[in-house]
Design a protein around this ligand. Structure first.
Ligand code: SF4
Ligand code: SF4
Length: 78
């Protein structure tokens, strides 16, 4: 069974490439993409802690669970 994966939504127009998110990811799982904004190295390694999202001073990064993760969390109402 695959575990939940997380993805990043990066608003690169807001990102000023300050590097805070790269520095503070506990999994060391962020690296600069071609334009300098962050990208995940391995989505499976991300714990979804959202530290990168909370620490970004420019609200340029959002962490969300990808579709597969959502399906696994499907509600069981019966
Ligand atoms: S959510 Fe946490 S583990 Fe995932 S990339 Fe951001 S800081 Fe790293
Ligand atoms: S903390 Fe925010 S502004 Fe700084 S590099 Fe990361 S996404 Fe860009």
């Amino acid at each position: 069974m695959s575990k939940a994966k997380f993805n990043l939504k990066v608003y690169s127009e807001r990102c000023k490439d300050c590097g805070i998110c790269f520095e503070f990811c506990p999994k060391n799982n962020l690296q600069p993409s071609k334009d300098g904004s962050p990208e995940m190295i391995d989505p499976e390694a991300c714990t979804g802690c959202k530290l990168c999202e909370y620490l970004c001073p420019d609200f340029a990064i959002q962490v969300y669970k990808d579709e597969e993760g959502k399906k696994e969390q499907k509600e069981t109402t019966e």
